[in-house]
Design a protein around this ligand. Sequence first.
Ligand code: PEP
Ligand code: MN
Length: 337
Amino acid sequence: MLVLLKREVGEPVVNDLTSWLRMAGLGVHRTDHNGHVRLAALGEAGLVDWEQVKKFPAVESVTKIAMPFKLASREFRPHDTVITVGRCAIGSDQLALMAGPCSVEGEAQTFTIAEAVAKAGATVMRGGAYKPRTSPYSFQGLGEEGLRILRRAADAFGLAVVSEVMDAQMVPLVARYADILQVGARNMQNFPLLREVGHAGKPVLLKRGLASTIEEWLLSAEHVVSQGNGQVILCERGIRTFETYTRNTLDLNAIPVVKELTHLPVIVDPSHGTGIRNKVAPMARAAIAAGADGLIIEVHHDPDHALSDGAQSLYPEQYRELVEQIRTIAAVLGRRL
Ligand code: PEP
Ligand code: MN
């Protein structure tokens, strides 16, 4: 239930009501909007006599949150969540540009790409050190050594770091090096992992599952937010369809849909969304035009020898050119890099 308090209600009153609801067995989450405190009271709604709550002098209204993803919904929090990471305010009018190799392969490769994407205008460096690979014989990532390299390369060029964490037990380790914890498409419904990143105290980049509906995706976000971590960045990266000319089908419909349903920022990954280098830029431009809050793009200076996803990696020069186009599109929309 959503308990909307009257304007300018004092903190002691808010605390009393919160304790009262908690004592009734409900979880209580708070957000402030337009001078009103809004409390989401979650759990077994039947435990409370809501007619009685409506009569509290501080209470303006009590309504049901219709969406299944309660805390992630705009019903609970009408205004956009903005997540500040390094120089980037994700979900604001500033677009988040994340870029880097699919995998961290070594020091020289990572520093070369970090320099290139930083010069092009990216603010967040991506790179996998723990890689979810379809084949157990493919490169699985450099592990902690990869995280160390990624951190140093990003720091050298003033970038923040996003990197994938594949397992709940690995969260503290990855969180030591990364500014944003990436939960990959294959792990979107790994609930123990979602719970753990919900306690990590760092922003989470939650990729949409390979065959997940938008509702399932937002419910996964709810798992993280309900643990107390409201810093979730959604990432559309394409879904599995009957189409075979592209690696996945990038669902740009998801952007306006998600923007309406949730206050969380949503970015797009056109690299995995298409799987094909020369399809990345058109879909990146389209994603920004459709209202995405940013892009995460794979870039490699020698993609023919990349240890993963070379075929969808942009050359640094292509990335530079794309960023300039994005700058132009952003201006039309009243946004900036
Ligand atoms: C990646 O970002 O390299 C990756 C493996 O992405 P996804 O989980 O979307 O497949
Ligand atoms: Mn990849």
